[in-house]
Write a protein that binds this ligand. Structure first.
Ligand SMILES: Cc1cc2nc3c(=O)[nH]c(=O)nc-3n(C[C@H](O)[C@H](O)[C@H](O)COP(=O)(O)OP(=O)(O)OC[C@H]3O[C@@H](n4cnc5c(N)ncnc54)[C@H](O)[C@@H]3O)c2cc1C
Length: 444
């Protein structure tokens, strides 16, 4: 909902950029704004989808050759696609900036520099997922150039990863894979551990030493060794390096059931990076409505600690996600809407909910509600009103909530989150690409 009010900026310290949302898109928008020297506040009801997603970055999963070239070609033919709205430069710089900041916070993300193709990564069911970029541990599973066998390691008694199942499915695709199970080298813990419990154990060098001892006898003829993605939380890079060195094989991670450790590591470190640079980060606080004066948003109201507090800012980045994150709402009558500013929201072109889903669950192009629900924006990423004009001069929408693509089936949602976060902040702050700076400061 939107309220027309006089803007009592009160005695709050000034905020140049207010980001709503702590998904990939909101977090990166905050990073770009900080790097541009802006005063930034980030408010989110909770963390975004990265806490349950695998952790890799899909830019264009269906691309067979150079991914960036394929995206450029696709965007040229589809002017309403978010990649076309954000533009080529935003995609390229958005990816580069993400790779730079993740390296700076000690979580390197890799891609195939040699030919720009997608990597071929291993999933927990033993399928192959094509993606452009991934945290190093997951990227290490790229089997494109593997000639020998891989070994998958499971933890006896743990219900979230079945190495035999994955290895069997890999073999059926012609990939030499074996599976073993090892014991957790400590007294029995809770009967059902979370990935985070295991990751904390892998942070300890003594724990890892006991794991290494059990794996070493099985590595003859093996080129790489895969574990579920629980190899450390706070000391992940150290754990990955240590395991690779001691097992004397490249060690990789396979995404498991939620919570996603790759997403958790990223969220924790980006939050720390932002806090150390003076960003006000409020997670757990829902924004309930926008405060509008004329054609500008002057701030938002936030419901927290039992009362409503207004926060004011010069620019607002709306990164509240789609149907499953609260950024887009639906009702049983078939209404589809954006709840903070009540912005016009596209939905399936049918009355009621009749046409939202096809009869079959699995459809290659996905269901109409997923493809068609979202905010239409101009080339500055400002949401449009019913007349096709920017609804508000200083509000920019990014990521999953945008119309023009299907975030569930198109294999590009993370690339869009990064490209549009870059574009929105650079447009809001009127930066050109010369102002673009990667994260060269490594302080956490
Ligand atoms: C299991 C899973 C697997 C996936 N796999 C892939 C894949 O392989 N490839 C791919 O491209 N994509 C994949 N995705 C999708 C991709 O991860 C998301 O599209 C992307 O991360 C979205 O980022 P976002 O920042 O736009 O939104 P989100 O991550 O949805 O973040 C939205 C944020 O807005 C906040 N918010 C919402 N409403 C309010 C409010 N009123 N006030 C304050 N805050 C609010 C939320 O709390 C959250 O912090 C997957 C998603 C899931 C869940």
């Amino acid at each position: 909902m939107t309220a027309n009010i006089a803007s009592p900026h009160g005695n709050q310290p000034g905020t140049d950029v207010l980001v709503i949302g702590a998904g990939l898109s909101g977090l990166m928008a905050a990073v770009h704004a900080v790097q541009a020297g802006a005063r930034v506040r980030l408010i989110a009801e909770g963390w975004g989808q990265q806490l349950i997603a695998p952790g890799w970055i899909s830019v264009c999963d269906r691309a067979d050759d150079d991914v960036i070239a394929e995206v450029r070609g696709y965007a040229a033919l589809h002017p309403d696609h978010p990649y076309a709205k954000a533009g080529d430069d935003a995609m390229v710089h958005g990816l580069e900036a993400f790779q730079a900041i993740t390296a700076a916070i000690g979580l390197s993300y890799d891609r195939r520099r040699r030919d720009g193709h997608n990597m071929r990564l291993i999933t927990m069911l033993g399928a192959i997922q094509r993606v452009m970029m991934a945290p190093r541990g997951i990227a290490n599973s790229d089997w494109t150039d593997v000639t020998e066998s891989i070994l998958l390691v499971g933890l006896r008694g743990w219900r979230d990863f079945y190495p035999e199942l994955a290895a069997g499915n890999l073999r059926s695709q012609g990939i030499e894979a074996r599976a073993i199970r090892i014991d957790l080298p400590e007294p029995p813990g809770p009967w059902d551990r979370w990935p985070t419990d295991l990751a904390r154990l892998f942070d300890s060098s003594a724990f890892r030493a006991a794991i290494i001892k059990q794996v070493q006898p099985h590595i003859r003829g093996v080129e790489k060794v895969g574990f579920p993605a629980v190899l450390g939380l706070d000391h992940h890079t150290e754990a990955l390096t240590n395991l690779s060195e001691q097992i004397e094989r490249l060690v990789f991670e396979i995404p498991t059931l939620p919570p996603s450790l790759p997403g958790l590591r990223l969220s924790n470190r980006l939050r720390r990076w932002l806090l150390r640079r003076g960003v006000r980060v409020q997670i757990g606080h829902p924004v309930t409505r926008g405060l509008v004066e004329g054609d500008r948003c002057v701030g938002v109201e936030v419901q927290a600690l039992g009362h409503v507090t207004p926060f004011y800012a010069d620019h607002v980045i709306l990164a509240t996600g789609g149907l499953y994150s609260g950024g887009i709402q639906t009702s049983e009558t078939g209404r589809v809407w954006e709840p903070i500013f009540d912005l016009p929201t596209a939905g399936p072109d049918v009355p009621g909910r009749e046409g939202w889903y096809y009869d079959r669950l699995l459809k290659e192009r996905g269901h109409p509600i997923h493809r068609q629900a979202g905010l239409r924006v101009d080339h500055d990423l400002r949401p449009l009103n019913a007349a096709g004009e920017p609804a508000l001069a200083n509000v920019y929408a990014t990521g999953h909530m945008l119309a023009g693509f299907n975030p569930l089936t198109d294999g590009c949602a993370e690339g869009i989150a990064l490209a549009t976060a870059y574009k929105a902040v650079h447009t809001a702050l009127e930066l050109d690409d010369k102002n673009h700076r990667g994260a060269t400061d490594t302080g956490l």
